[in-house]
Design a protein around this ligand. Structure first.
Ligand code: 5AD
Ligand code: SF4
Length: 431
């Protein structure tokens, strides 16, 4: 039996795609290996959202090509962007396939086994179809509902590499979720670059809130999460759906990107800080225990000290549980690429540090709020460090480690009293 090794960079959509790639290789008679040294095939699933992950591709190829007889494939966003050029520039790469070409991997693997070099970066428009596929079963699984983005934020390469928004039929999504729950999955995370646009390009009368009702009706599903929502499309209808569907968890990733209206405008985000704040205030008021998270970019072209201060003020005012922050990285083809990248790297770094330091304090404060509370934990297994301690997550997606003398199984929902708040996790006792 042949073996395949897969290295994944980037977002959750890439993780999902890699799981699907692994399953196709499996159907073609290959088993998965964590060790590239023993692999016959290696696939590098790439990310081009910033320059750094893009650079990692080269070093990964350099490392893998030393393995005797290995066939190297490159997929994901860099593959989509570079296409044939990749085969020309990297003699050690045997196949390149784009973000919409995973379904054609069967033929691609076949051709590569016959000694050919293959490139397939053709794209789909309007609707996507993904068959249900098996994966290493765990309690929690990703399910892609839409791909692509039509928003064209001025810094972002995603619309160029993932193409226009396209949705998957609801019926197909429900079929995949049913398949997953039959295999032990209890928590579903619905994925899309902009889940609020779900259904816009389908013939059926459906949108994202309606889809949440349908998933909520699946008996064996215990929890529903989703990423990512664009603030401009975050609607009252979605807030209602989050309240009415008890399985939708009180967690919302709503990327603000910057606190200054001036920068938001240059980023083409299509909302002001005030409008964002209004939506978040409403969501917090209506959804009990809501945890918020966000992405930020520091050092966007022209960002002044005062603009950056607005971002610091915003995280203090909104009190996110978690933030993901990045230094601005110019990306080819984007609108912002034409602006001068005029914030020196040391200033970008010091702004990033200041933002993360401030967030650390906010997170510490919010973690203390959980002390003494009883929360429901979806059990994922035993703690990696101590096999007498169970591990899972609370509704707000925080890791909770806990002790119990009950007979607890993976996938159970257990009530846990929180006794201790650590930096990034909670500790408690089952009640
Ligand atoms: N530079 C820095 N960060 C970026 N992101 C997207 N494009 C860029 C870029 N050119 C960040 C945004 C987005 C997250 C996935 O990556 O914050 O929400
Ligand atoms: Fe990129 Fe903006 Fe689309 Fe998000 S919404 S993928 S940041 S263009």
């Amino acid at each position: 039996m042949g073996k395949v090794y897969i290295r994944t960079f980037g977002c959750q959509m890439n993780t999902y795609d890699s799981e699907r790639i692994a399953s196709i290789f499996n159907e073609m008679g290959f088993s998965y290996t964590e060790n590239p040294e023993e692999a016959d095939f290696a696939v590098i699933n790439t990310c081009s959202v910033r320059e750094k992950p893009q650079q990692k591709v080269k070093s990964e190829i350099g490392r893998l090509k030393r393995v005797n007889g290995i066939k190297i494939g490159v997929c994901g966003c860099v593959a989509q962007q570079e296409g044939e050029k990749f085969l020309d520039n990297f003699k050690d790469v045997s196949f390149v396939f784009g973000t919409d070409a995973i379904g054609r991997l069967y033929e691609i693997i076949d051709l590569v086994q016959k000694g050919q070099r293959v490139c397939d970066t053709s794209t789909n428009e309007g609707e996507i179809s993904i068959p249900s596929f098996s994966r290493e079963t765990s309690v929690s699984a990703f399910v892609t509902i839409m791909k692509g983005c039509d928003n064209f934020c001025s810094y972002c390469i995603v619309p160029y590499v993932r193409g226009r928004e396209k949705s998957r039929k609801a019926e197909e999504i429900i079929r995949e979720i049913n398949y997953l729950v039959e295999n032990g999955v209890r928590e579903i995370t619905l994925l899309g670059q902009n889940v609020n646009s779900y259904g816009k390009n389908l013939d059926e009368n459906i949108n994202f809130p309606k889809l949440l009702y349908m998933v909520n009706d699946i008996k064996e599903v215990k929890r529903i999460r989703f990423v990512t929502s664009h603030p401009k499309d975050f609607s009252d209808e979605l807030i209602e759906a989050m309240i009415e569907n008890e399985k939708v968890m009180p967690y919302l990733h709503l990327p603000l990107q910057a606190g200054s209206d001036n920068i938001l405008k240059k980023m083409n985000r299509k909302y002001s800080y005030g409008e964002y704040l209004e939506k978040v205030a409403k969501a917090k008021e209506r959804i009990p225990g809501l945890a918020l998270s966000s992405d930020f970019i520091v050092g966007f072209p022209g960002e002044t000290d005062a603009d950056f201060e607005d971002t610091l003020r915003a995280i203090e005012e909104i009190e996110y549980e978690t933030i993901f922050a990045f230094k601005y990285s110019p990306r080819p083809k984007t609108k912002a690429f034409n602006l001068e990248d005029n914030i020196p790297d040391d200033i970008k770094s010091s702004r990033l540090d200041a933002l993360l330091k401030k967030q650390e304090k906010i997170t510490r404060k919010l973690m203390k709020k959980y002390l003494g509370q009883i929360c429901e934990v979806l059990v994922e297994g035993m703690s990696k460090k101590d096999d007498s301690i169970y591990s899972g997550r609370n509704p707000q997606n925080r890791i909770v480690n806990f002790k119990s003398n009950k007979n607890i199984k993976t996938g159970d929902l257990v009530s846990v009293k929180i006794m201790e708040a650590k930096k990034n996790s909670l500790f408690g006792l089952s009640v």
